[in-house]
Design a protein around this ligand. Structure first.
Ligand SMILES: [Mg+2]
Length: 471
């Protein structure tokens, strides 16, 4: 296995350098990120691009010794070398800065060689991005780690796996923590010649040259990792769940299996779901569900948290207004008592699959834990990625009554929190899709029904009616 690692903003963190540059150039001290500094110089000074060239010279030249290696980066490289992985730093960096004052490559080399474990490491500098791409392609690297998406896009092919060093959304395997990157690579090392990679919503499918398939799931949240790992290990023997081949902090690899979607909540689902959930209820696993609802207020707090990510002001204000209304319509003293139990909050058809032996399996346990089963049921009703028919809701409801036979207030809670979870799902939908038109439409419908004092404000009115009839 041969790994190429980019230098600037992948191994080296320049955030400690920015204040030095800002002081040297007499710019406002509030500028503390490279992108902020660049936009400030562009928009608020008459010295674009000369001042930016000067700032870059200071950043990558004069003050490079202030740049810090990201946490665990050096230890990770050392562990690769100890495991027999070939590592090379491949950097796009010109020999001399544009301002002609600094020998950038020499200064960077000096900085790297001063580090324990790194003094012997091969370093390749490329004058241009194009040179770097050619170099990465011509030198048989199996894995390339870089913070720039366009570099990764250019080198990704059936022979090379890109890993994106970022905490933003990315089409590639990604992380901004070196500890996690280490575990991704040590996991991939177990596979002979990892090659093609395919994206699914939550995981990456790795296909080797021999055609073997593996699922790789990388979690940025360690709680999600622990929930998924514990669940897969619990279910491994009994439910045809994917076999765990490796689990290291935040990275799980399972054997790939051919999966087909399963379109209905029917009797087959009912049997499987009841058996799976019974195993969890009997197990000693204790996690909380993601966005857990252990108290009445948790239901509203979850919406408040979703509001933080809504960028469109009109939508955010409208959601907040409706949330305040809901808080007054559904006060705590009227709320049915919450019965906490082990829950599967991600219940939707996308997580229900048929394997190649036509056995039904359930996937995706990263949000499982202790919470209110009513919320899990309502997530299934309002999930935007599937449609549920009335007879299917009867089946899902029947499954819940079999799984939680002692939860006498379950239906009452489902009806009580129905509109609250509906509003939460509108927020989730907007945050996920950014679809302003559909979100506004759902919010208007919600508001109208609320003003007309209807019982159900959700677009899932028929289901509400069906459930009310069961009371
Ligand atoms: Mg970089």
């Amino acid at each position: 296995m041969k790994v190429a690692i980019d230098l600037d903003h992948t191994l080296l963190d320049y955030s400690p350098v920015i204040p030095q540059v800002v002081t040297e150039l007499n710019l406002p001290a509030s500028l503390n990120e490279k992108s902020q500094l660049k936009s400030y110089i562009k928009d608020n000074t008459d010295s674009w691009p000369s001042l930016w060239i000067k700032a870059q010279g200071l950043m990558y030249g004069k003050f490079i010794h202030k740049a810090k290696f990201y946490e665990n980066a050096i230890e990770t490289i050392n562990s690769f070398i100890l495991q027999g992985i070939t590592v090379e730093i491949v950097s796009h960096k010109s020999k001399v800065s544009y301002c002609k004052q600094y020998l950038l490559q020499d200064l960077a080399t000096e900085n790297i060689c001063n580090q324990k474990y790194l003094s012997e490491l091969p370093i390749k500098y490329c004058e241009t991005k194009e040179d770097k791409i050619q170099y990465l392609k011509n030198n048989n690297f199996t894995i390339v780690i870089d913070d720039l998406q366009d570099i990764l896009k250019s080198i990704a092919d059936e022979k090379r796996l890109p890993i994106h060093f970022t905490n933003e959304l990315s089409p590639f395997l990604k992380s901004s923590e070196w500890e996690i990157i280490k575990n991704i690579i040590l996991t991939l090392k177990e596979i002979e010649t990892p090659a093609m990679i395919f994206n699914t919503l939550s995981s990456k499918i790795i296909q080797t040259i021999n055609g073997d398939e593996y699922f790789l799931k990388v979690f940025n949240d360690s709680q999600r990792y622990l929930r998924e790992k514990d669940a897969l290990i619990l279910l491994d023997d009994s439910f045809n769940s994917p076999e765990v081949l490796s689990a290291m902090n935040n990275v799980i690899m399972t054997k790939g299996i051919q999966l087909n979607t399963y379109p209905r909540f029917d009797d087959k689902f009912l049997t499987l779901f009841q058996e799976v959930m019974t195993s969890f209820l009997k197990s000693k696993i204790i996690h909380k569900t993601t966005n857990h609802t252990h108290t009445h207020n948790d239901y509203f707090n979850n919406i408040e948290k979703r509001l933080l990510s809504i960028k469109d002001k009109n939508i955010k204000d409208k959601c907040n207004e409706l949330l305040q209304e809901l808080i007054s319509i559904y006060p705590e003293n009227l709320a049915p008592k919450i019965n906490i139990s082990y829950c599967y909050p991600d219940l939707y058809k996308g997580n229900l699959k048929l394997d190649n032996k036509s056995q039904l399996i359930l996937l995706d346990f990263e949000s499982m834990g202790l919470g209110d089963p009513a919320r899990s049921f309502l997530n299934c009703v309002h999930h935007m990625e599937h449609e549920v028919e009335l007879d299917e809701i009867d089946t899902v409801y029947q499954a819940f009554t079999k799984i939680y036979p002692n939860d006498k207030d379950l239906l009452e809670r489902i009806l009580f929190y129905y509109n609250i979870i509906a509003l939460e799902w509108i927020c989730i939908y907007y945050n996920y899709s950014g679809d302003q038109k559909k979100t506004s439409h759902l919010l208007n419908e919600f508001e109208n029904k609320m003003s007309n004092h209807q019982k159900c404000f959700s677009w899932k009115e028929e289901i509400y009616q069906r459930l009310s009839n069961k009371m």
